[in-house]
Write a protein that binds this ligand. Sequence first.
Ligand SMILES: *[C@@H]1O[C@H](CO)[C@@H](O)[C@H](O)[C@H]1NC(C)=O
Ligand SMILES: *[C@@H]1O[C@H](CO)[C@@H](O)[C@H](O)[C@H]1NC(C)=O
Ligand SMILES: *[C@@H]1O[C@H](CO)[C@@H](O)[C@H](O)[C@H]1NC(C)=O
Ligand SMILES: *[C@@H]1O[C@H](CO)[C@@H](O)[C@H](O)[C@H]1NC(C)=O
Ligand SMILES: *[C@@H]1O[C@H](CO)[C@@H](O)[C@H](O)[C@H]1NC(C)=O
Ligand SMILES: *[C@@H]1O[C@H](CO)[C@@H](O)[C@H](O)[C@H]1NC(C)=O
Ligand SMILES: *[C@@H]1O[C@H](CO)[C@@H](O)[C@H](O)[C@H]1NC(C)=O
Ligand SMILES: *[C@@H]1O[C@H](CO)[C@@H](O)[C@H](O)[C@H]1NC(C)=O
Ligand SMILES: *[C@@H]1O[C@H](CO)[C@@H](O)[C@H](O)[C@H]1NC(C)=O
Length: 653
Amino acid sequence: MAVLHLLILILLSCTKVECFDFNFTDFQQDNRKDLLLSDNSTIFRDALQITPDLNGDVKDTPGRAYYGKKFRLWNKKKGRLASFNTTFVINISNKDSPEVGEGLAFVLTADADVPQDSFGQWLGLVNATTNGTSRAGIVGVEFDTRKSYEEEPDGNHVGLDINSCYSIVQRSLSGYGVNLSVGVDVQVVVQYDGKNMTVFVSNRNETQRSPVPVFSVPIDLSLFLPESVHVGFSASTGEFQQLNCVRAWEFSGEDVGEDSNLLWVWIFIPILSLGLVLGLGFYIHRRRRSRKDDPESGFPNIEDHIKSSTAPRRFKLRELKRATSNFNHKNKLGKGGFGTVYKGIWKEEEIAVKRVSKKSHQGNQEFIAEVTTIGNLNHKNLVKLIGWCYENKELLLVYEYMPNGSLDKFIVYDEKTGKYDEPSQTNLSWETRLLIIQGVAESLDYLHNGSEKRVLHRDVKCSNIMLDSQFNARLGDFGLARTIQQREKTHHSTIEVAGTPGYMAPETLLLSRATVETDVYSYGVLLLEVVCGRKLGNESELNNYNNSIVNWLWEYYRKGRITDAVDSNLEGDFVEKEVECALILGLACCHPNPHFRPSMKNVLAVLTGEAEPPQVPLERPSFVWPALPPVFSHSDISLTTTQFSTFSEVDGR
Ligand SMILES: *[C@@H]1O[C@H](CO)[C@@H](O)[C@H](O)[C@H]1NC(C)=O
Ligand SMILES: *[C@@H]1O[C@H](CO)[C@@H](O)[C@H](O)[C@H]1NC(C)=O
Ligand SMILES: *[C@@H]1O[C@H](CO)[C@@H](O)[C@H](O)[C@H]1NC(C)=O
Ligand SMILES: *[C@@H]1O[C@H](CO)[C@@H](O)[C@H](O)[C@H]1NC(C)=O
Ligand SMILES: *[C@@H]1O[C@H](CO)[C@@H](O)[C@H](O)[C@H]1NC(C)=O
Ligand SMILES: *[C@@H]1O[C@H](CO)[C@@H](O)[C@H](O)[C@H]1NC(C)=O
Ligand SMILES: *[C@@H]1O[C@H](CO)[C@@H](O)[C@H](O)[C@H]1NC(C)=O
Ligand SMILES: *[C@@H]1O[C@H](CO)[C@@H](O)[C@H](O)[C@H]1NC(C)=O
Ligand SMILES: *[C@@H]1O[C@H](CO)[C@@H](O)[C@H](O)[C@H]1NC(C)=O
C-alpha cells in the first residue's frame, strides 16, 4: 500500500511541478527588460552592478536588483513551500580606495523598494527603523566585507539575515580559501529544500572541486515572507569605494502555484480516488494501532498537528535517558511549570530535556498543547523545541540548551529579605536589559500578531525567559499557551485561571480567562523587574491589584522621580531618557484598566524609539470593574455585566 502511495506521489509531483527558471551567463543591456533595477543599479561590463560607480563616487550607496517576475515561494491554500536552487557569481572589488567595506546579499523580499538610508552596515536590506522588525520582510544571504559589530567574525564572512543585517548564523570565509574583497569571482550556491537553507561558497576558478557547504540552517521561509517574493540582490557601500557586482546568475525554483489543467485532472482523478480509498484504509489501520499504544488517552498523533517544515523530531526514551545519564540529578537544571528540566548531550550538542511530571494531572493535554503550539512557531526570541518523546507514559520535551539560564537568576534584589541574592552574579548592563525587554516584546508580538494562529502565553514571568549565549531573551514554557484561531476574534475562554501571582492582571480572576491584555500586564511587571533589578515583591501582597513593584514604582512616578527606581547596580551607567521611557511603558502595561494597556506592537515601537510612551496618569487609577474602554463604542463592552463596582483590592488565589 505504501508503495502505491509513493507511486501516486511521484506521479503527482512529476506532472505538477513546473519550474520558475532562468539563467544569465552574463548581463547585457537587453537583459534589462527581464530585470528590475533600483535607481542606482545598472548593467555595465557584462555584469549586474548593484552599487555602480556613479560619477566617480560610490560611497554611502545602497542598491537592489531583482529578476523581473515574482517567485511564488509558498502556497497557503496548499500548505506548500517551494524549493529552489540558485547559483551566482559575485565579484567585490575596491575602486581607488585602500580598503573595502560593506557588502552584497542574495535576497528574497516582499517589497522591491530600497529602504531609505540603508547604506553602510545595513547592506541595502533594512534601515534603522525596519531593522529587526517584521516590516522589513526580507531574508538574505549576506557577503560582508567589513566587521561592523562585535558578533561578526571578520571582514570576510557569509551570514543568514532575517529582517535584519544582524545574521542569525555567520561564518568567516577565510577558512574556505575565499577572500571576498580582492576582486575575484566567487561562486555561491544557495539551496532551499523547503526545510533547510544550505549555502556553498567557492572560488570560481576552482569549481572543479565539489562546492563546499558553509552552513545549512533549518528555516521556514513562509514565516517571514509573503507567498510571492522578489528574488535578487541587495548591496551597499559605506565610507569606502566598493564595487558590488553579480556576473552570472541562474535560478531554478519549484512551482507551487495553482494552475491545474483539465487533462491532468481527468487522468489523475481515478488514480487519486484509488489512492484516497487506500490511504483511508491505511490511516484507520494506523489509528487503531496507535490507540492500542496509548490506551489511556487516545493520544493524538502529534505529527498530524505539526507542519512538517519545522517539525520537531520524535526521540526515543532510550536516547534521552542516555543523553541525560538517566535523568541524573547532577544534570538537573531546574523545576519549571509542570516538570523537571535536565541538561543533556545529544549528538555532541547540548540540549535541555523537560520531563513532564506524571502527577501533573493535565500533563497529557498540556503536553499536546505545548508540542503543537511550539512546533509551529519559529522566532529568534522563542526557545526552540527540538523534539519530544512519549513512551511508557513518560512525556518529554527537548529544547535547545540556554547557557545563561533563566532571567530570574539575574534579578537579585529581593524585597522580602531586603537583600541582594548571590552578589557574584553577572550584573546585566543597561544595553543588555534593553535587549532583553525588546526580545521578550518581539516574541510576544510574534505570538499575538505574527503567527498564523494567535497564541497567548498566559504565564509570562522572569523564570520563563531564558538567555542564550549572547544574552538574547528567549521566551519559553508554552505549557499553558492555548491557541486561538485568529479568525474567531472573540476572547479565549477557559474555566481555570492560570498564571503566577504578581504577574496576573487584576481582571484575570473576574474574567477567568487570559487575554492579549493580561499577557501585556505580565510583560509590564517583567519589564519593571528587569529595569529596577528587583523581584516583584512580598508574596503576601501579591494579590494582583496591590502588586508591590507596580505600586512602588507608581509612587516614584507620582513624585516625578521615576528614574531613581532604576537598579542601583547599574551605577548610573544608562541613558536616562531610555530608562524613563521603559519605566513609563512598564506602568502603561500595568494599567489597571486593560483597555488602556498598549499592544505589543506599540510596546515595540516605544522600545525602538519609534513612538513616545503612552500617557500614564500620575496617580495609579483604581481598579474598576467592568473596565470601560476609552471609547464607548468598543465592542468589548458587550462582555461586561451591569455590575459596576470599585475594588481597592482583589484577593489572590
Ligand atoms: C546556464 O547556462 C550555462 C551556459 O550555457 C550552462 O552551462 C548551465 O548549465 C545553465 N544552467 C542551467 C541550470 O541550465
Ligand atoms: C543612490 O545613491 C545615492 C548615493 O550615492 C543615495 O543618496 C540614494 O539614496 C540612492 N538611491 C536609491 C534609490 O537608493
Ligand atoms: C536543487 O538541487 C538539488 C540537489 O542537486 C536537487 O535535488 C533539487 O531537485 C533541486 N531543486 C530544484 C527546485 O531545482
Ligand atoms: C526606513 O525605511 C522606511 C521605508 O523606506 C522609511 O519609512 C523610514 O523613514 C526609514 N527610516 C530611516 C531611519 O531612514
Ligand atoms: C538590528 O536588529 C537586530 C535584531 O535583529 C538587533 O540585535 C540590533 O541591535 C539592531 N541593530 C541596530 C544598530 O539597531
Ligand atoms: C583579503 O585580501 C585583502 C587585500 O589583499 C587583505 O588585506 C585581507 O587581509 C585579506 N583577508 C583575508 C581574510 O585573507
Ligand atoms: C572582478 O571585478 C574587477 C573589477 O570590476 C575586475 O578588475 C576583475 O577582473 C574581476 N575579476 C575577475 C576574475 O573577472
Ligand atoms: C537540515 O539540517 C539539519 C542540520 O544541519 C539536518 O540535521 C537535517 O537533516 C536537515 N534536514 C533536511 C531535510 O535536510
Ligand atoms: C584562484 O583564485 C585565488 C584568488 O583568491 C588564487 O589565490 C588561486 O591561486 C586561484 N587558483 C587557481 C587554480 O587559479
